[in-house]
Design a protein. Structure first.
Length: 366
């Protein structure tokens, strides 16, 4: 083994082990439309045709918290209009597929949840009209006053391209300040982690303090989420980065300050906004992950073979990359196979088998 490979393997061994465990442990989606349970998620993703998804997010500004409801609804329209304009400029001929707004975007100013909360009937028409105007799915987080049962909920309301309600995620882990036993001034925690079927893929949602609890992230992975939207009041990056890598889905955050971002299944930020602004970015849900190999030439061999018919982000400091097809007739799996390569997870397991065979069995269990 040459020095380059030796150093490379030592530096990235822990990352490879985590990546292998995450992909190998991912369960196929168990909700309608149900995939073939005999086909692993990674295989279905790699062998599927390209699925481009154009998503918008925003750093909305902290002053929003003091705005009346009608001004917030107008801000929603202005931000989505701006995202649609960005889409037309940066991705000609394509329309927005999904918009994610920050936590509690739809609410009233106030000192109690009773003062802040709105009824869904008050805002649903406005949210639906905003989505319908640009033909996109829209995640509009709202503090809701609900009945049957009577409660206040920190939610994310999802509507489809026609403005119809798809579903509501209720924050499972609302925060209680230290020194207080009151949860978000009277919010009732949710109890479920739904995954919503959209025409481009499967979407799960986490809200702000949910970041600190792994049960939601794990449940969304088991249910087949491909994108996790993270409306938040916090600009944290470490948690979404970690769970994006562990579960191999995309995470899209939105916040009032400092940071909103797209986290790839490598746990790397692909695009970000760090000041008050909107951001539009395209992802492909049919992708492959490739670790460093001499034959890959850090993506150079891939570029020479396929040119604009494929795309990738290769991160030299991570010795790894995410690759996708731009040819609507060729899956990314066929492209990488033509180079004599396989995805990272499969290669890690192949090497593990070689190691076990050479040592006469598996190493000591941790």
């Amino acid at each position: 083994m040459n020095l380059r490979r030796s150093l490379h393997r030592c530096r990235t061994g822990a990352l490879l082990s985590l990546a292998s465990a995450a992909i190998a442990g991912a369960a196929p989606a168990g909700q309608d439309p149900a995939p073939d349970p005999t086909v692993p998620v990674a295989t279905a993703r790699r062998e599927g045709l390209p699925r481009k998804v154009l998503i918008g997010t925003v750093v909305c500004g902290e002053s929003l918290a003091s705005w009346p409801l009608d001004r917030r609804l107008q801000k929603m329209v202005e931000d989505v209009d701006d995202m649609a304009a960005q889409a037309r400029t940066s991705y000609p001929g394509k329309r927005l597929d999904l918009v994610v707004l920050p936590e509690a975007f739809i609410a009233r100013p106030g000192d109690t949840v009773a003062a802040e909360a709105v009824r869904l009937s008050e805002v649903q028409d406005a949210i639906g009209a905003c989505a319908r105007s640009h033909g996109c799915y829209l995640i509009a987080p709202a503090l809701l006053s609900e009945s049957n049962p009577q409660r206040y909920s920190n939610t994310a309301v999802l509507v489809d391209r026609s403005g119809r309600l798809v579903g509501i995620y209720r924050k499972v882990h609302p925060v209680a300040p230290q020194g207080s036993d009151v949860i978000e001034t009277g919010t009732t925690p949710g109890a479920e982690f739904p995954v919503f079927d959209c025409d481009f893929g499967r979407v799960g949602i986490q809200i702000c303090f949910d970041m600190l609890y792994r049960d939601g992230w794990d449940a969304l992975a088991r249910k087949g989420a491909e994108i996790v939207a993270l409306p938040s009041a916090s600009p944290q990056t470490s948690y979404p980065s970690f769970y994006a890598m562990e579960h191999r889905y995309y995470v899209v955050s939105a916040a009032p300050r400092d940071h909103a971002a797209f986290y790839s299944p490598l746990g790397v930020i692909e695009a970000e906004a760090t000041k008050e602004s909107t951001l539009v970015h395209e992802i492909d849900l049919s992708y492959a992950l490739l670790h460093w190999e001499a034959a890959l030439e850090e993506g150079g061999a891939f570029k020479r073979r396929f040119g604009d018919k494929a795309g990738f982000h290769y991160y030299r400091d991570q010795d790894t990359g995410i690759f996708w097809s731009n040819d609507p007739s060729i899956p990314i799996g066929k492209m990488i196979a033509s180079l004599g390569l396989v995805e990272t997870a499969a290669n890690v397991e192949r090497i593990r088998e070689l190691q076990d065979r050479a040592r006469g069995g598996p190493p000591e269990a941790p």
